[in-house]
Design a protein around this ligand. Structure first.
Ligand SMILES: [Fe+2]
Ligand SMILES: [Fe+2]
Length: 277
């Protein structure tokens, strides 16, 4: 019986704006011809920034990709959007290799991460939603995205490029062959996968929200006029896809997702792919 993590699909870094790179992998879905992006971000500015630190399952690929873009000794900031394992998988390695790096977290993130990783107090900055971080040639503006799966979550907008790191928001599965951009997904697949992921794997409270208040949150994010939207679990959202992505997000409370896979679905998967030896 195997307890090894699923081997991720490695994808090369994708430049999404000047000196701004999506660090990418994708995890094949269980028993379905789908995959899920596992992204983080490198901003190679005056004070280089890493946003989230990927997964342990993609450790070597992630480290190779990040440090092909920026020298470890030059990394100044490591922004954690929240403490979920797929966002902090290589944090300890980064702290070891990047002695000039300060971790950008907040109080709740520090406390929730504490049982696994004690953040070094002399290398720690707390910036909450509503806050701003000066990183030399630009500011990073922190906001709470409309959807999230940890209360610590902050989205990050780069004032120089307009790129928005949305953390888990805008998550959607890809086909078994990952794609670079959401525009490469068939539109019905994007809409259905978007609803499936948000309602069942990110924010099951969406059906409970005050719709007017929620729409105001989405409108506030849209008003920041991002030049591109990137996130941990979505292909790049740019160009005309931005407006559609905002629309998909805004209408989530009223969107009925596909059914949640249950035990019967698991048994069908096992019957199809068999149990490991
Ligand atoms: Fe998360
Ligand atoms: Fe995530």
């Amino acid at each position: 019986m195997s307890f090894e993590p699923v081997e991720p699909i490695h994808l090369p870094p994708l430049e999404v704006a000047a000196d701004t790179f999506l660090i990418r992998a994708a995890q094949p879905a269980l028993g379905a011809p789908l995959s899920v992006a596992l992204n983080s971000l490198v901003i190679r500015g005056a004070e280089p920034v890493i946003v989230d630190t990927g997964t342990t399952s993609n450790r070597q690929g992630w480290l190779d990709d990040v440090f092909s873009l920026v020298e470890p000794g030059e990394v100044r900031w490591v922004v954690l959007s929240h403490e979920d394992h797929d966002h902090v998988g290589n944090l300890t390695e980064v702290l070891d290799r990047c002695p000039q790096a300060t971790v950008v977290a907040n109080w709740a993130l520090t406390e929730r991460l504490g049982p696994e990783i004690g953040l070094p107090l002399d290398r720690l900055r707390w910036v909450d939603a509503g806050g701003t971080l000066d990183v030399g040639d630009r500011h990073l503006r922190f906001t709470r995205p409309p959807v999230y799966d940890s209360p610590t979550t902050r989205a990050v907008l780069d004032s120089l490029t307009g790129v928005l790191w949305a953390s888990d928001a805008f998550a959607t599965p890809m086909g078994s062959e990952p794609v670079d951009r959401v525009e490469d997904l068939p539109p019905p697949m994007w809409a259905e996968g978007f609803a499936m992921f948000h309602h069942h794997a990110l924010a099951p409270w969406l059906s409970l929200v005050d719709v007017v208040g929620y729409e105001e949150q989405v409108a506030a994010m849209a008003a920041s006029a991002p030049s591109a939207i990137v996130g941990a679990h979505t292909p790049l959202i740019d160009g005309p896809s931005i407006e559609r992505a905002i629309e998909l997000l805004a209408t989530l409370p009223a969107t009925v997702p596909p059914p949640h896979p249950d035990q019967e679905a698991l048994e069908a998967i096992v019957a199809t792919i068999g149990l490991p030896a």
